[in-house]
Design a protein around this ligand. Structure first.
Ligand SMILES: CC(C)(COP(=O)(O)OP(=O)(O)OC[C@H]1O[C@@H](n2cnc3c(N)ncnc32)[C@H](O)[C@@H]1OP(=O)(O)O)[C@@H](O)C(=O)NCCC(=O)NCCS
Length: 156
């Protein structure tokens, strides 16, 4: 398995399908934004990485500035193929992203999650990788679906 930084058209399509396979986690509106994000190449404020196993994309992650600030960055999108869960694909991707963050000289990273049951694996995943819960916006996405924000300080 390897991480690729340049997304060919087929990678974009395969990555999109992974997110689409979680209809309870990603809304149609989010998928629309993702489709546009995937089409655009990397630029100085948005980087995308895919994990590829035997020519097949099995995971996707991206790193971007928060709401067009230059100062704060976030893990923007993350998903691993349902058949490849818990095999270390997410770990491979986030460690790659941490390396990129260090190269960019970033000091901290944010990530936004939902408090819902479906995102429990994601929340545990981020905690395992050093993210600390810093805020909770109650009933943000829907009733009882709060936004939970995590922060990780990048150490040299
Ligand atoms: C979150 C997600 C990306 C994790 O990817 P993954 O490749 O399965 O994770 P890894 O195998 O690299 O796991 C690394 C660690 O994260 C934690 N973790 C991951 N999945 C977990 C789960 N289902 N339950 C508990 N801990 C979990 C564990 O600590 C794990 O280490 P371990 O296996 O040695 O115990 C994956 O579950 C996913 O795609 N979820 C659906 C999409 C999603 O929620 N995206 C994030 C939206 S904010």
């Amino acid at each position: 398995m390897k991480v690729k930084t340049f997304l060919q058209y087929k990678h974009q399509q395969q990555a999109y399908k992974i997110f689409k396979s979680y209809p309870n986690l990603f809304t149609k509106a989010e998928l629309k934004i993702l489709r546009e994000d995937l089409k655009t190449g990397d630029n100085k404020s948005h980087f995308k990485f895919v994990a590829v196993d035997k020519e097949q994309v099995v995971g996707f992650i991206s790193l971007a500035t928060c709401y067009a600030t230059d100062y704060s960055w976030q893990v923007n999108w993350l998903a691993v193929h349902p058949d490849f869960q818990r095999l270390g694909v997410g770990r491979l991707l986030i460690n790659f992203l941490f390396q990129k963050a260090k190269k960019l000289g970033l000091k901290r990273l944010f990530v936004e999650t939902c408090s819902c049951q479906g995102e429990k694996p994601a929340r545990l995943f981020y905690q395992k990788h050093g993210f600390k819960k810093i805020a909770r916006l109650p009933d943000f996405y829907a009733r009882k679906h709060s936004k939970v924000i995590y922060l990780k300080n990048i150490v040299e």
